[in-house]
Design a protein around this ligand. Sequence first.
Ligand SMILES: NC(=O)c1ccc[n+]([C@@H]2O[C@H](COP(=O)([O-])OP(=O)(O)OC[C@H]3O[C@@H](n4cnc5c(N)ncnc54)[C@H](O)[C@@H]3O)[C@@H](O)[C@H]2O)c1
Length: 281
Amino acid sequence: MDDLTGKTAVITGAASGMGRSFANRFAGAGMNIVLSDIEAPRLDEAVAEVSAHGTGVIGHVTDVADGGAVDELADRAFGEFGGVHLLCNNAGVGGMKGGPELVNTANWEWVLGVNLWGVIHGHRAFLPRMIEQGEGHIVNTASMAGHMPGHSAYTASKWAVVGITQGLYNQMHRTGTGIGVSCLCPGWVRTDIATSERNGPEAAAPPALYEPTADQEAAWQFVVDALEGGLDPDAVADMVHDAVVDDRFWIFTHPEFVVALQDKHESIMENRNPNPMGLLG
Ligand SMILES: NC(=O)c1ccc[n+]([C@@H]2O[C@H](COP(=O)([O-])OP(=O)(O)OC[C@H]3O[C@@H](n4cnc5c(N)ncnc54)[C@H](O)[C@@H]3O)[C@@H](O)[C@H]2O)c1
């Protein structure tokens, strides 16, 4: 989709972090923007900020884990602007810190509900009308965690998003729908993802007696520091913009992490067991 002017983008998780940067980037490229998020006050702030670009901008509170709410978002966007040309399925949560033994069922359901079902609902609610339009692009926000092994709901959700996004790409291209597809796989990006429990249900919180071990605390601090020192989300928005315009599938924000995937692919090619240290060794 090389000409974005006057077209419409819907972005989930647009009140903060990368989603907010996408909204500003695509409004700056002349698109009307529907910002959607579960956090109403921050969404209002983001709508005011993005409106400064002078295109049509609206906000719509949506819990992407709720299929009916995503249908309403699609109806509002198509109704208000007459079409949707870009859908960024971006809303996501990090889940609970700690090892697999500490993560409760409610936490798995919450993370899979937002990160995976949010994308599934987005496809179901928007794709038929986008295909009918004969033009459009979908960007799903996965993660490097969709390529690196880890026993967590986050890894499971992002691994699944990589799989269904590539499947969608195959299907859209084989059948000549005019719908482009991109899979965004960020490394560390400076956002508020470390505090995503702010949007989680109480039942998904750690049990009352939860005491993280020193190792778990250290691992969590590593993540917090890496996020604080991470890439500016506006830089990711530039990459996403360019991938949409150039119709590119993979968007890897950190080339050094792509290199780190080499051992995994070589172990498959050579039929040997993978290195259990993963990225650590
Ligand atoms: N920050 C990173 O380093 C990083 C790395 C890889 C992938 N990601 C992914 O990037 C995406 C954006 O996250 P971010 O890093 O900008 O974090 P963020 O917390 O700054 O933004 C995420 C947004 O999603 C919203 N959200 C949470 N639950 C929601 C729900 N149920 N329905 C609708 N909106 C909801 C939040 O309110 C927030 O505004 C996520 O999918 C995340 O998993 C982030």
